[in-house]
Design a protein around this ligand. Structure first.
Ligand SMILES: [Zn+2]
Ligand SMILES: [Zn+2]
Length: 339
């Protein structure tokens, strides 16, 4: 294991543990330094015990680099690897094993922490056959959302990465998508022309989450009824312990989801776990489709699907209504017919 590989794996585990603070930042900084320093210098500094003289390398990061250079499994990595394992119930495992992909994840194109290639490498490593790249749309400026020009550039890059993956002989594909903001009036933050170029469209509410119940219902029904929208992202917008769920008439919204073949997302982020169980059961009563999505903003977070799998199992979501149990071809066929 090279120092770069060791640091990358530590960052993966810290992200998996939802450790977003100074610890992760320190390892990201150290990774950047290692990538921009000749390996010979790193080795010489390990031998002379002068790694921490480099601005940005502290005790913990130096220990990982030293272990890697000296051919040991870094002790700190072994610790975070063990501590960040994702638990899963046996019932949830049945769902996780059936998943062939992930339909909602971010990259450094918007507010994610890893480039598309790194997300794809991890998605392959955890057994997926595909992932849908869904960065934010332009309206979400705080998340560096993509306008149409940047989205078009991203689609080109996805095609290039897919070509590299295919050349390497991997049976894996990145599908084109976006997490498109649902604007206040229920319209979408992307032109029809660009929406048509995407394989899978997740639509989510990120603004005015406290709007009046009836207006919010109309706003969501409008979006869900769009022939371009395939998945309704984190429907209540709640942040557990921090932000209450939005208020809307769930029966109207889920009836529209069922009628217009828009899947209800089971969002796996630990702070979201959206929809809450009661609403998840309500969506089932309406015969909705579902997508169990990580909404990952880092490679380690791609391993969060078990959270949603456990909830799906607990509520008895029919496995054959989960769209990411489909193959990539069948999923795209499903989103096209839904259109
Ligand atoms: Zn979102
Ligand atoms: Zn998202």
């Amino acid at each position: 294991m090279t120092p770069e590989q060791a640091l990358l794996r530590v960052i993966h585990c810290l992200d998996r543990a939802h450790e977003s603070g100074f610890k992760t930042k320190a390892f990201v900084r150290a990774l950047d330094i290692v990538r921009n320093t000749p390996p010979g210098e790193i080795e010489a500094r390990v031998a002379a015990d002068t790694l921490t003289d480099i601005d940005g390398i502290g005790k913990a990061t130096a220990a990982v680099i030293t272990d890697a250079v000296e051919g040991r499994e870094p002790a700190y990595l072994a610790k975070v690897e063990a501590e960040s394992q994702i638990e899963m119930t046996d019932a949830g495992r049945r769902y996780r094993e059936a998943l062939k992909g992930d339909c909602h994840l971010h990259s450094t194109w918007s507010d994610g922490g890893a480039p598309i290639e790194a997300m794809a490498t991890t998605a392959m490593a955890i057994g997926h056959e595909y992932m849908v790249q869904t960065d934010h749309s332009a309206r979400l400026t705080v998340a560096h959302g993509l306008d149409e020009v940047r989205l078009a550039e991203q689609l080109d890059q996805i095609a290039e990465v897919n070509a590299v993956i295919a050349d390497a002989g991997h049976d894996f594909r990145i599908l084109c998508g976006m997490e498109v903001d649902i604007l206040v009036d229920g319209s979408l933050d992307l032109s029809d022309e660009m929406l048509e170029r995407l394989d899978v469209v997740v639509a989510s509410v990120h603004s005015k989450l406290r709007m009046d119940r009836q207006q919010m219902t109309e706003r969501m029904v409008m979006a869900v009824a769009s022939p371009h929208v395939d998945i309704l992202g984190h429907c209540t917008g709640r942040m557990i312990g921090r932000r209450p769920p939005s208020e809307f008439d769930a029966d109207y919204v889920f009836a529209a989801c069922a009628q217009f073949n828009t899947a209800v997302e089971i969002n796996c982020r630990p702070e979201r776990l959206d929809p809450p169980r009661e609403l998840l059961r309500r969506a089932m009563d309406h015969g909705c489709w579902f997508a169990i999505d990580s909404d990952a903003h880092a490679t380690g977070q791609l391993e969060w699907q078990p959270h949603g799998c456990d909830r799906a199992a607990e509520c008895g979501v029919p496995l054959d209504r989960v769209i990411n149990t489909l193959t990539a071809d069948d999923l795209v066929a499903w989103t096209q017919q839904a259109a």
